[in-house]
Design a binder for this molecule. Structure first.
Ligand SMILES: *[C@@H]1O[C@H](CO)[C@@H](O)[C@H](O)[C@H]1NC(C)=O
Ligand SMILES: *[C@@H]1O[C@H](CO)[C@@H](O)[C@H](O)[C@H]1NC(C)=O
Ligand SMILES: *[C@@H]1O[C@H](CO)[C@@H](O)[C@H](O)[C@H]1NC(C)=O
Ligand SMILES: *[C@@H]1O[C@H](CO)[C@@H](O)[C@H](O)[C@H]1NC(C)=O
Length: 465
């Protein structure tokens, strides 16, 4: 009898200690740009540096165009550029239905028109492969995708209008550690978490403000605390922690703000103005496109004729949709306008009178900083720092693109990407510790084998009694 008990103890004990695969915690810090990190004092980057020393860090992450939030969320969760994932900008307008999309917070944002043909997001693919997914204020993670929905309590749905939604980030750390400890032997655990305060502080208070400094320091403290907790609980042998951002911000220059009305003799030619400041989609009737494009191209307000130096970047570049640069991977997007304005970083174009989304009273219009510019501007670039069993230690790498991250996160979970994507494997391969090739897709054999063991124990017990 004793023998059986010992056997039982051994089998259960050893089975209970082995995680079924690697776990993943991704923390996405809104607006924590690479230049902000570079300019932050060392005492407010202790947590990030601790992460980097024990893992990997890249010089920067190139976002997708436009460098708004939603396009990045989609690129991160699908590995696709904007023209392939379909979320054209934070604000969109569908001419046919007259619906507007307003960064997920508008009354018509759940309409099918935005979500038809959506590509399988990371959490769906992981969930289908048997990974336990937990989302905290993360993108549209709560939204059902075909046959599966990740259960996310409503207070954890991302809400870009709620400035304080992610204030209690640190409060969720104990439940994360507990969940991993308790359930990793049965299912891999994935946590997708968003932290909004650094981005919010930059928009509201501007660069180099005390508020931004405090939020960066607070976030760093949390990142340090979480590592401490995972270290104390011995969880870094099975769990990877990724800290990254969507894009950075640039200050808006008050003296470089222009009103579209200043260029337009006839306001009625413009049907809708979508987005503001950095990238503006101008919708017209097809027959008026040429006129509107011409008026904006020659507008003296923002393209002075006199002592204009040809090498200066113009304040505003006016494009027809077909002339947009290919390397933005944007012009074949859905819900595109015939005319597009892209400003010089810091320059802002807004409207008072034209029909617009966001409407002119929207708080984003009065922001001190903005994003949306071309991804190659330093201030738009994001960060990526990570540690855990999947990553090398204390190594720094060149830049990656945000579309590269999807394939890497899935690789860590041993899952094949659900669709062809735009990530480049050689950009991320060297960050991964040896053996990634053998990680292979998990069949649930580990789970089954512990099930089999239990069965045989019951048989044994039966035999002895
Ligand atoms: C489209 O919607 C806007 C407001 O959402 C409304 O003011 C306008 O009249 C609508 N246009 C049409 C053609 O329905
Ligand atoms: C958007 O949604 C609101 C509330 O559900 C509805 O009243 C409105 O008509 C919708 N807008 C359009 C353009 O259909
Ligand atoms: C931040 O600093 C690193 C290291 O000095 C550099 O490689 C990187 O390009 C900088 N990032 C930006 C956006 O300036
Ligand atoms: C991005 O990936 C999609 C899907 O595979 C593909 O159709 C598209 O051509 C890719 N874009 C680029 C620039 O490679």
């Amino acid at each position: 009898m004793n023998l059986v008990l010992i056997l039982l103890g051994l089998v259960l004990g050893s089975a209970a200690r082995d995680p079924i695969g690697q776990n993943l915690i991704v923390i996405l810090a809104d607006g924590y740009g690479a230049t902000l990190l570079n300019n932050t004092k060392p005492d407010a980057t202790f947590g990030i540096r601790h992460l980097a020393t024990n893992g990997v860090q890249v010089d920067y992450v190139t976002p997708s165009f436009p460098t708004h939030t939603w396009p990045q969320w989609m690129s991160l969760s699908t590995g696709l550029y904007t023209e392939n994932h379909g979320f054209t900008a934070d604000y969109m307008w569908d001419r046919k239905t007259n619906f507007t999309f307003e960064r997920g917070t508008g009354p018509n944002d759940t309409e099918d028109v935005w979500w038809d043909d959506a590509k399988a997001p990371l959490w769906y693919t992981a969930g289908k492969a048997g990974v336990d997914v937990h989302c905290y204020w993360f993108a549209h993670c709560h939204r059902a995708f075909y046959d599966m929905v990740v259960q996310v309590p409503e207070k954890r749905w991302a809400n870009l209008d709620d400035q304080h939604q992610t204030d209690n980030l640190r409060d969720i750390f104990p439940e994360i550690a507990n969940r991993i400890s308790k359930y990793q032997v049965y299912k891999q655990q994935m946590f997708l978490i968003r932290y909004a305060n650094i981005g919010n502080a930059q928009k509201e208070h501007g660069p180099e403000s005390d508020e931004v400094e405090q939020e960066v320091a607070r976030f760093d403290l949390y990142i340090n605390e979480l590592q401490q907790l995972l270290e104390d609980r011995g969880l870094f042998s099975s769990t990877n922690l990724v800290v990254m951002s969507d894009h950075g911000y640039t200050p808006l220059q008050k003296e470089e703000q222009f009103f579209m009305e200043q260029c337009l003799p006839d306001y009625s030619l413009v049907k809708k103005v979508v987005n503001s400041h950095s990238m503006i989609m101008v919708f017209t009737n097809p027959e008026d496109e040429g006129t509107v494009h011409y008026e904006f191209s020659v507008c003296e307000v923002w393209s002075p004729m006199g002592d204009y130096d040809e090498n200066d970047t113009p304040f505003v570049k006016t494009y027809r949709m077909s002339e947009l640069p290919d390397d933005l991977h944007w012009k074949n997007s859905r819900f595109m306008s015939g005319v597009v304005l892209i400003t010089k970083p810091g320059t802002s174009v807004v409207t008072k009178e034209l029909p617009t989304v966001p409407h002119s009273g929207d708080p984003t219009i009065d922001a001190k900083q903005a994003s949306g510019w071309e991804p190659y501007h330093d201030d738009m670039k994001g960060i990526f720092v990570a540690r855990g069993p999947a990553f090398r230690e204390n190594e720094r790498f060149g830049p990656i693109e945000i579309v590269d991250v999807y394939q890497m996160l899935l690789n860590i979970l041993s899952i094949e990407p659900a669709h062809p994507h735009n990530g480049t494997w050689t950009n991320v391969e060297n960050m991964l510790s040896e053996g990634w090739e053998n990680r292979g897709p998990v069949d649930s054999s580990a789970f089954r084998s512990s099930g089999t063991l239990l069965c045989s124990i019951f048989v044994l017990l039966h035999f002895f009694f």
